[in-house]
Design a protein around this ligand. Structure first.
Ligand code: GDP
Length: 694
């Protein structure tokens, strides 16, 4: 077990696709001696970088799944939590962000801050993750790390603090000037493993001095010690590092470092920076909720001797069963001990505990607060909390958005049928935004998710990882229905069939509500006997799955029951459920029901010359422009667009911008569909019903 928490770093590496995250991670593993050879990402040797273990990822060049890898650098234990960058996978990104204490934000020295950098940065900001910016690809034509630094300020509104300068750029990129040590560093040997420290090149002296002063000025804003030392001209390396560290952890600055992962330059200095400037587990406050105290917030203590609290943040199918990655927040987990899953209340015995290195593992006996490890043989979902059973806290429940898109999948043959259900079971465990349901009438399996690509990826994974070939329907938007007016109801359900009959009467009103559904009992004088009140609730609830407009799920309804009647013999649970359903059927159409559609937040980035065109195609799609910004010949357009209008958008965007713009999209909220569109939806729905009836 790692005992000195001040030497632990749990970090993520986040980036826009293609900035070199995979390459950088691989170099980190090489320099920390976790792997013994460097392979090129998507390289000719067909091996590929270590962290990308899925074929699909390699092919698409995006990292979809997060994995945690442990390595050591000097005296530091570094856990690297791989954070997927694509917005369609926000749940995975957010879960990974929660378990890390700090991050490296990789930027491309040529492209600078790109669309995903913005998304990733926004998420890090939300979770208060301190970060170091690493400007990669300094060897590429057009590299300009200082421009990337400026964009951190202009586009991300961060306070960048330049710690290094490049020695040469593009194909003349040789190494780094360290503004803290005022030394030069060059990297030689086949893999850049030989670090040559030297004096600053004469022609860079003046620039380095100027940049060092700027760095000190920035830092002095946040450190009195440093300000004092500057006045007395007693600035030391140690004082500067201390100031950088505390300002980074307090989110006052973002240190900017640079290099070239591909050309093996300066990655070691970045690793030094991770140790020196990013927080250790005790520098960060972690909060949980107390399930027995109405989810009141409690602060956890990174103390290995306190009651155990840990979070399963990622699952994998291993050769030995389910492998669950865990972040220990408090207490200690040890082999052979019993743990409780707070969601299910089930007790489990910890069989095997390991530390992962991408796909290799090392057995360990225990892991303490602040550490990351993985266990075998305990069935759980991603996002579950485990404790030792003596505490009632759970890691804060995360906001899980409702899926906005759905399609049906049918297996091609019998073998695919079995494999498909295995695959779907696994995916729903890993990803709460991915759901599976079946159509009551047709029996077809429906998968639900956050966007086209989200579902595409799972369909691909079914094929590749589970050899389940499936046929899919075109994706459908997940509409909702709601009511807009208060309507009174009074309904009697009466049936006289020979012996015992059925009787139940409910009265009250429906009205628009804040919650998806709320049932309010205002019955006085026992007009409906106590035991049948839940039956009314159940009856109303059974109507929510299919609204009466287009059979979309109903949301935002408050049902108040304030009167009714019962019969001493004929009243029953079933009778009151039926009465509630009857009341609903009568009242709902009068409450001016409305169709709601998912609205997406769309951001498009590309050369400024296309701004007009981009705005045009968004407007054609019922988009509302929220903002446009332009700098350095690049523009960014943000808009809210109904999901229904976004199908096939990438193709349209590509042809409108010669493939030079890209877009990201995430769910924003549900909003009423305009009248004409609603009418169309209703018409389409009726046609479908008629077709089914034939
Ligand atoms: P990711 O999508 O962020 O994981 O990026 P990759 O690591 O897959 O890199 C994308 C491409 O950029 C690959 O072809 C890499 O070889 C290349 N690349 C990565 N780092 C550098 C670098 O420092 N310099 C140059 N010139 N190319 C790089």
């Amino acid at each position: 077990m790692i005992s000195d928490l001040s030497k632990v770093r749990n970090i993520g590496i986040s980036a826009h696709i293609d900035s070199g995250k995979t390459t950088l991670t691989e170099r980190v593993l090489f320099y920390t001696k976790r792997i013994h050879a460097i392979h090129d990402v998507k390289g000719k040797d067909g091996v590929g970088a270590k962290m990308d273990s899925m074929d699909l990822e390699r092919e698409r060049g995006i990292t979809i799944q997060s994995a945690a890898t442990h390595c050591t650098w000097g005296q530091y234990h570094i856990n690297i939590i791989d954070t997927p960058g694509h917005v369609d996978f926000t749940i995975e990104v957010e879960r990974s962000l929660r378990v890390l204490d700090g991050a490296i934000l990789v930027l491309c020295a040529v492209a600078g801050v790109q669309s995903q950098s913005l998304t990733v940065d926004r998420q890090m900001r939300r979770y208060g993750v301190p970060r170091i910016a690493f400007v990669n690809k300094c060897d590429r034509a057009g590299a300009n790390p200082l421009r990337a630094r400026d964009q951190l300020r202009e586009k991300l509104n961060l306070n960048p603090c330049l710690l290094q300068l490049p020695i040469g750029l593009e194909d003349k990129f040789e190494g780094i000037v360290d503004l803290i040590k005022m030394k030069s560093f060059r990297f030689e040997g086949a893999n850049g493993e030989k670090i040559i420290e030297g004096a600053i090149p004469a022609d860079m002296q003046a620039e380095a001095t100027k940049c060092r002063e700027e760095m000190l000025d920035t830092l002095s804003m946040f450190s009195d010690d440093l300000t004092e030392a500057m006045l007395e001209e007693k600035v030391t390396e140690e004082l500067i590092c201390k100031a950088v560290r505390s300002a980074t952890i307090n989110l006052q600055i973002v240190p900017v470092m640079m290099g070239s992962a591909y050309k093996n330059k300066a990655v070691q200095l970045l690793l030094d920076g991770v140790g020196k400037f990013l927080p250790c587990p005790t520098d960060v406050t972690n909060q949980a909720v107390d399930l027995e105290k109405d989810e009141a917030k409690v602060t956890l203590d990174s103390d290995p001797d306190k009651p155990l609290v840990m979070l399963a943040f990622k699952l994998e199918d291993g050769r030995f069963g389910q492998l669950s990655y865990l972040r220990v927040y408090q207490g200690t987990i040890a082999k052979g001990r019993e743990i409780t899953n707070t969601r299910t209340g089930k007790r489990h015995k910890v069989g095997r505990l390991v530390r992962m290195h991408s796909d290799e593992m090392e057995d360990i006996d225990s892991a303490g607060a602040g550490d990351i490890c993985a266990m075998f043989g305990v069935d759980c979902n991603s996002g579950d909390t485990f404790t030792d059973g003596t505490t009632s806290v759970a890691m804060t429940s995360m906001h899980v958005p409702e899926p906005v898109i759905a399609l049906t999948v049918s297996p091609k043959d019998n073998k695919a049928q079995v494999n498909m259900s295995k695959a779907l079971k696994r995916f729903t465990k890993e990803d709460p935004t991915f759901r599976v349901s079946s159509d009551h009438e047709t029996g077809e399996t429906i998968i639900h998710g956050m966007g086209e690509l989200h579902l595409d990826v799972y369909i691909e994974r079914m094929k590749r990882e589970y050899s389940a070939e499936v046929i899919t329907s075109p994706p459908r938007v997940a509409y909702r229905e709601t009511i807009t007016r208060r309507v009174d109801f009074s309904y009697t359900h009466k049936k006289q069939t020979g012996g015992s009959g059925q009787y139940g009467k409910v009265a009250g009103y429906l009205e628009p509500g804040e919650a998806p559904y709320e049932f309010v009992d205002q019955i006085v004088g026992g007009s409906i006997p106590r035991e049948y009140v839940p039956s009314c609730d159940k009856g109303f609830q059974s109507m929510l799955a299919k609204g009466l407009v287009i059979q979309a799920p109903v949301t935002g309804v408050r049902v108040v029951v304030n009167d009714g009647a019962a019969h001493s013999v004929d009243s029953s649970d079933i009778a009151f459920q039926e009465a509630a359903r009857g009341a609903w059927r009568e009242a709902y159409p009068k409450a001016h029901p409305q169709i709601l559609e998912p609205l997406m937040k769309v951001a498009i980035e590309g050369p400024a010359e296309f701004q007009g065109g981009v705005v045009g195609i968004l407007m054609q799609r019922r988009g509302i422009i929220i903002g446009t910004t332009e700098s350095d010949g690049f523009c960014r357009v943000e808009a809210e667009v109904p999901l229904a209008e976004m199908f096939g958008f990438s193709t349209v965007l590509r042809s409108a911008t010669q493939g030079k713009a890209e877009f990201t999209m995430e769910f924003s909220r549900y909003t009423p569909t305009p009248g004409a569109i609603s009418e169309e939806l209703i018409k389409k729905h009726r046609e479908e019903l008629a077709k089914k009836a034939k």
